[in-house]
Design a binder for this molecule. Structure first.
Ligand SMILES: Cc1ncc(COP(=O)(O)O)c(C=O)c1O
Length: 384
């Protein structure tokens, strides 16, 4: 499928700033994930932390097995709006939240034996059968950016082998590791080997192993064959089921953020002020950091007219990046940022009182466009 195929949409029709969620690209991503399921018989969950817009859950639900949630609210969303398996992992739970989780979750992971020991008696309060698991840390780093590496030194995410207590496994049905971020299948293959080396002796006691997220399965060039081989070999060797819980791969390239140029100023360089904000609408641009792609743009000075895109907030560092264009920008021009469904929509905030972007659902193949939500003062007020 052609990347960034938004050209069928009349972007002048939408109010900005706004997110567009593209059903056609979602379906394309899901068709790839479905093939992985068919070839391996693994289960695949949507990681809600990456993308949780329930407007399109009816599409995702057809091909995936459920969701993985990071909190009580996400677990409830999964249960009420997605309606299949709800898995939960949190670095810790309060007793109050844990008791509520028993209502919404089907699978709950613990991040330590101390938490498992403390909450095990509470599991008796569950009104239906729930499976419990442990997140382990294979201490095998594949990431280069420390804040996105759960295996970085002193990580709090997952139980390391020295802390693992085989005598406490009664009641535990699965192990879970999550170590990757935007990675191909070879890093997963190596991680599986590291996991087997450290925790292999416990695998036969388990019903399944959750290989976490961070698999860039729907990105061009991803080695799907190696992913499937890795899963199939593992299943054959250990006689257990395998789960994957990608977030990015489900909604990769399935969202746009459209904004409007509000002003153009000069301070040695041309600066376009947009009606959006990195700080409020796409915080990963600053946090990761990265430079989102803008349709029709080039690298700075690659095309004739270069601009720095600045956000509307007061933060001096609210800078999205430098971009060049074939023609000069004008006030009122639309600017389209790509790949904005994942980790942008879930992270928006109302810093400076800036309005949240509206949300439209589109189909880039048919040109269909539908307003899902608009936000205003009441939404701002309700958070204060
Ligand atoms: C435990 C866990 N599972 C799944 C994911 C989803 O990862 P991704 O969106 O990169 O596939 C994350 C992301 O941080 C995670 O922490």
């Amino acid at each position: 499928m052609e990347r960034n195929n938004i050209l069928n949409i009349d972007i002048e029709r939408v109010d900005t700033p706004c997110f567009l969620i593209d059903e056609a690209r979602l379906k394309y991503n899901l068709s790839i994930l479905k093939k992985v399921k068919e070839k391996t018989n693994c289960k695949i969950l949507l990681a809600l932390k990456a993308f949780s817009n329930y407007a399109v859950f009816s599409i995702i639900r057809k091909d995936l097995d459920g969701v993985c949630a990071s909190s009580l609210n996400e677990a409830r969303l999964g249960r009420e709006k997605f309606g299949k398996e709800v898995h939960v992992y949190g670095a810790a739970y309060s007793e109050k939240d844990f008791l509520m989780l028993l209502k919404y979750a089907h699978h709950i992971d613990f991040n330590s034996f101390s938490l498992w020991k403390r909450f095990k008696p509470l599991t008796k309060k569950a009104r239906r059968s729930i499976k419990y698991g442990l997140r382990v840390n294979p201490e095998h780093s594949e990431g280069t950016v420390e804040i996105y590496d759960p295996c970085a030194p002193y990580s709090r995410l997952g139980i390391v082998r020295e802390e693992f207590k085989p005598e406490e496994l009664d009641g535990i049905s699965y192990l879970h590791f999550h170590t990757l971020c935007q990675q191909n299948a070879l890093p997963l293959y190596r991680t599986v080997k590291a996991f087997e080396e450290k925790f292999g002796e416990f695998i036969p006691k388990m019903e399944y192993i959750n290989f976490g997220g961070g698999h860039h399965i729907t990105k061009e060039g991803y080695d799907i064959e190696l992913l499937c081989e890795t899963i199939n070999e593992f299943k054959k060797k250990w006689k257990v089921e395998v789960y994957l819980e990608p977030g990015e791969a489900v909604a990769l390239d399935a969202g746009y953020l459209i904004s409007t140029v509000l002003d153009i100023i000069n301070n040695k360089i041309n600066i376009a002020i947009l009606d959006t904000s990195a700080a409020a609408h796409m915080p990963d641009v600053l946090e990761m950091p990265y430079r989102p792609f803008v349709i029709g743009s080039g690298q700075p000075n690659e095309k004739k007219y270069t601009y720095r895109f600045g956000g509307i907030s007061c933060l001096a560092g609210d800078i999205i990046g430098d971009y060049s264009f074939d023609r000069p920008l004008q006030v009122g021009d639309r600017v389209v940022f790509t790949d904005m469904a994942i980790y942008s929509m879930v992270k928006t905030n109302t810093f400076n009182g800036i309005n949240l972007p509206s949300i439209y659902i589109i189909n880039s193949e048919t040109g269909k466009i539908k307003l899902w939500k608009k936000f205003g003062y009441r939404d701002f007020l309700s958070r204060l």
